[in-house]
Write a protein that binds this ligand. Structure first.
Ligand code: UDP
Length: 334
């Protein structure tokens, strides 16, 4: 198949591009490099620097490449920033989806795999979370993704675009050889921040709250390896190619780990004492987010393989090989 990957220079997008190329698909990447890295794009992919919100950019890519399906990873995703700058999120995320659906209709492309998020659920009433659980986002980022999902549903019904919406929980890890990995600037995710301690870039890891109603008082999350995530995306493409109807699936390991357990696992993987300091809660953090991935298993035949040690081990390989991340001047841009 020939696949257009929008946001293929970002963390999750670049790992998906790699998985697609490995299995023999042709890949076209569109990315505006606002948060992605040119170096993260697989050399075998055809790369276009352009913006999803530009009809002209999308028309150029879709006219020059007859694609079978689109994978959409290009969205802003920082919860805290979204609270400060909601319109930036609605403009980029919702505006991007609008522009994409219009372009897909114009060019007769009718299959879409979309990165959504556990943030659409907000504070869960029951755990593990199933897809039909109540959706009540607690921040503009989650709200923007929920609006995007709803746009896909309505436009899909009217224009015949079939889609798989994948709601991710926490994602970590990197390609086994450490050639690409996670590089957000600024970094706000737990695993890369933990690993900055053994890298000598911060003296300790801050633990945001130890008074949650969990076994050790720290927040519980469901961590999935980025290549297990990519496997689910490839299966979603195959499902749509086989005529599958639109669906939505959660993606997680189905097992929760506390922040303290993650720090302990990183101590085992790195052999570093990894000092930790308890600090106040981070605003908007639910105590416990764990996915039910039963539907992904049933519909896509998907099963995650990597546990937290493998997630941290592969992330550690990437960070050791690239202590300053991608060296493409992204830091200088900000
Ligand atoms: N966290 C933490 N210290 C940090 C960064 C994150 O204790 O320096 C906690 C955070 O409060 C949450 C968990 O680690 O409970 C995962 O946070 P992350 O930002 O990686 O993902 P999120 O769950 O917000 O999507």
């Amino acid at each position: 198949m020939r696949i257009l990957v929008i946001g293929g220079a970002g963390y999750i997008g670049s790992h998906n591009v790699h998985a697609l190329i490995e299995r023999g698909d042709e890949v076209v990447v569109l990315d505006n490099l606002a948060t992605g890295h040119r170096q993260a794009v697989h050399p075998a992919a055809r790369f276009y620097e352009g913006d999803l919100r530009s009809a002209a950019d999308l028309d150029k890519v879709l006219a020059e490449n007859r694609v079978d399906a689109v994978m959409h990873f290009a969205a802003f995703s920082l919860v805290g920033e979204s609270v400060q700058k909601p319109l930036k999120y609605f403009n980029n995320n919702v505006g991007g989806m609008m522009s994409l659906l219009e372009a897909m209709e114009r060019h007769g492309v009718d299959r879409l795999v979309f990165s959504s998020t556990a943030a659409v659920y907000g504070e869960p009433k029951t755990v593990p979370i199933v897809e039909d659980a109540e959706k009540d986002p607690t921040n503009p980022y989650g709200e923007s993704k929920l609006i995007m999902e709803r746009m896909m549903r309505w436009a899909g019904q009217a224009c015949g675009i079939r889609s798989v919406i994948l709601r991710y929980f926490n994602v970590g890890g990197a390609l086994e050889d450490g050639s690409i990995g996670e590089d957000h600037r600024p970094e706000s995710h737990l695993i890369p921040l933990i690993l900055q301690v053994p890298l000598g870039r911060r003296p300790h890891i801050s633990i945001f709250g130890d008074d949650y109603p969990t076994q050790d008082g720290t927040c519980i999350r469901d961590y999935l390896h980025v290549m297990d995530l990519a496997d689910a995306h490839l299966r979603a493409l195959d499902y749509l190619a086989a005529g599958g109807e639109s669906t939505v699936c959660n993606l997680g390991n189905g097992q929760g780990f506390s922040v303290l357990e993650m720090v302990e696992a990183a101590r085992r993987v790195t052999g570093h004492p990894l000092p930790a300091k308890i600090e106040g809660r981070r605003a908007g953090d639910p105590a416990r987010l764990v996915a039910s991935s039963d539907r992904a298993k049933a519909v896509l035949g998907w099963q995650p393989h990597a546990g937290i040690e493998e997630i941290i081990r592969t992330a550690w390989t990437w960070h050791q090989k690239h202590p300053a991340g991608f060296e493409d001047g992204q830091a200088a841009k900000r």
